[in-house]
Write a new protein. Sequence first.
Length: 230
Amino acid sequence: MKKLKWIMLVLAAIIIAAPVSADRVIFAPTGTILSGGEFKAEGAIQASGDNNKIYWLGVGLQQLELNVTRIEFDTDSVTESMEKSLRPTKAIFDLAPDTGDKVNIVGAAMSIVPETSLTPGVAVGIWDLTDETADGIGYYIAMSKVVPLTQELPLPIQDVKVHAGYGIKGIDGLFAGAEASLPLGLKLSAEWFQDELNYALGWGIGNTLQVKGYILDDETFYGLQFSSPL
């Protein structure tokens, strides 16, 4: 586990040193939203068999994106590490102790500046519109930019995109992330969000499906992501 985490951390560092679509990195918002008619659906389950699950869904509506993150925890297997890892959910574990705890984090984002060859894309948004999490509603601004020249250089890492933003109230200050395409159809994502490092590695099958593995504050998940065709 530690070896895999360090490998992904090194790759993420290389990334930060083209375009990749990005409505979010893993949890962290970005300055690029889904376009009208685009959607992305994703689901993951904890690899240890603890029955903890995470689902994401995003839909683009012209200049507006609507999204929801659903987190389902098995109350018998929730650990202090998992509570810390997914910080916005840290106080939901008494909601339904007999059937397992669930929370839906509804959000919306609006593009205010489109990305160009010279300037980053900028979006503003709201996290947890329905105020279901412990930290409550959050507000943020995020920027995203393709890293130039990576397509022109003979590097194993291509399509590099970096993200940064700042949130208040329900989002804890600065957040950042990066994404890149690797050989063999792999895609690496890394982020710093809510004071935690998270990683995801996906393997693309065609234009719409990815098989993915995640490290969320030392907890391993695996899942699938389905997106609308490019």
